[in-house]
Design a protein around this ligand. Structure first.
Ligand SMILES: Cc1cc2nc3c(=O)[nH]c(=O)nc-3n(C[C@H](O)[C@H](O)[C@H](O)COP(=O)(O)OP(=O)(O)OC[C@H]3O[C@@H](n4cnc5c(N)ncnc54)[C@H](O)[C@@H]3O)c2cc1C
Length: 314
């Protein structure tokens, strides 16, 4: 038997975007309901020290920061549920009611929705990669590059993100190795032009990673030339996996407009999607910046856009 309830505002996702939207909508008296999903607190719960979120001069651990955001949202009346939304039925008409279905078989009716389901960085799928996450394996040079000043690091990938990470790391690291699986870079020509000017960069085309090596922290990487099958070891202290991100938009496909990579398309300068009562915030609609602060910023925007929508249509 399905249980039904009606809400002004349902927020899907409990990362910085979801909780920031919850703080604003709760303070506006909209009693938001937040579905936290399989990763409560979002991506930051998988990292240690966050040093670039404003307000914490000594940094704060990711899990602590997210627990603070949750508490702040709850203190204003947001209800946070552990469930995952598994299906949605979104209405195109203004003042229509959207239907959401949870993994514990509840049906939730919502006048308006904020999608803040984030994105996942793609993994290489190695056991050693999992073991060293946060101990030398990273998927974000903007977040962690600072820790590798004057050190030797490697970047994996050949697209725009990999090249951006490489360029940024080359400015503070001693040497950057770029490991590319094929014989060419997929990144834009403009980005490639910037790469050729870097003196402390060595590119390994046709190379893949077999294993990340070390005791507690990364100390090296065993790579294989996939043409001649020769293996070698590079001594490094950090490795940045930059082979792409997957936005969590599978359940919205066919109902919300997505770009070629699967990110939700929002109207420029706002969080509006093609569905009037549905707004998107955070990494799920941002293939460029992907930071906690930008996610919080768009979470705030989504809350204000949603509040205005409710005032005009309900
Ligand atoms: C290891 C690591 C370190 C990082 N370090 C930094 C840093 O130092 N500084 C910084 O600014 N940024 C950092 N980032 C990036 C930052 O974490 C992200 O930009 C930010 O978390 C994105 O926030 P978000 O709210 O959009 O989504 P996310 O944090 O990805 O959260 C998505 C949420 O949606 C939920 N969800 C997904 N699908 C469903 C569903 N169907 N139903 C219900 N819930 C769902 C998930 O459970 C999760 O709670 C780091 C990222 C990683 C991976």
């Amino acid at each position: 038997m399905l249980k039904e309830s009606v809400h002004n505002c349902v927020i899907i996702g409990s990362g910085p975007a979801g909780y920031s939207a919850a703080i604003y909508t709760a303070r506006a008296g909209l009693n938001p309901l937040v579905y936290a999903g399989k990763n409560p607190g979002g991506q930051l719960t998988t990292t240690t020290l966050v040093e670039n979120y404003p307000g914490y001069p000594n940094g704060i651990t990711g899990p602590e920061l997210m627990e603070n955001m949750k508490k702040q949202a709850e203190s204003f009346g947001a209800i946070v549920k552990r469930q995952t939304i598994v299906k949605v039925s979104l209405v195109k008409e203004k003042n229509g009611i959207n239907k959401l279905y949870t993994d514990n078989n509840e049906k939730v009716l919502a006048k308006a929705i904020i999608i803040a389901t984030g994105a996942l960085s793609k993994d290489l799928g190695l056991e050693s990669e999992e073991r060293f996450k946060g101990y030398g394996v990273s998927s974000c040079a903007i977040c962690d590059g600072f820790l590798y000043k004057d050190k030797v690091v490697a970047v994996v990938g050949g697209g725009d993100t990999a090249l951006e990470e490489t360029i940024s790391l080359s400015q503070r690291c001693k040497i950057v190795y770029l490991l590319v699986r094929s014989g060419e870079l997929r990144a834009s020509k403009a980005m490639q032009c910037r790469l050729w000017k870097i003196s402390n960069l060595k590119i390994y085309f046709y190379h893949e990673i077999k294993e990340i090596l070390g005791e507690r922290f990364v100390e090296g990487v065993r790579i294989i030339n996939n043409k001649n099958k020769k293996e070698s070891i590079l001594s490094i202290e950090g490795i940045f996996i930059a082979i792409g991100h997957i936005p969590n938009t599978a359940i919205f496909r066919g109902q919300i407009n997505l770009d070629q990579m699967g990110y939700i398309i929002t109207k420029k300068g706002s969080t509006h999607t093609n569905i009037p009562s549905v707004f998107a915030a955070g990494d799920v609609q941002d293939a460029v910046y992907r930071q906690a602060i930008t996610s919080s910023g768009t979470g705030c925007m989504a809350a204000l856009d949603l509040e205005r929508y409710l005032m005009e249509n309900h």
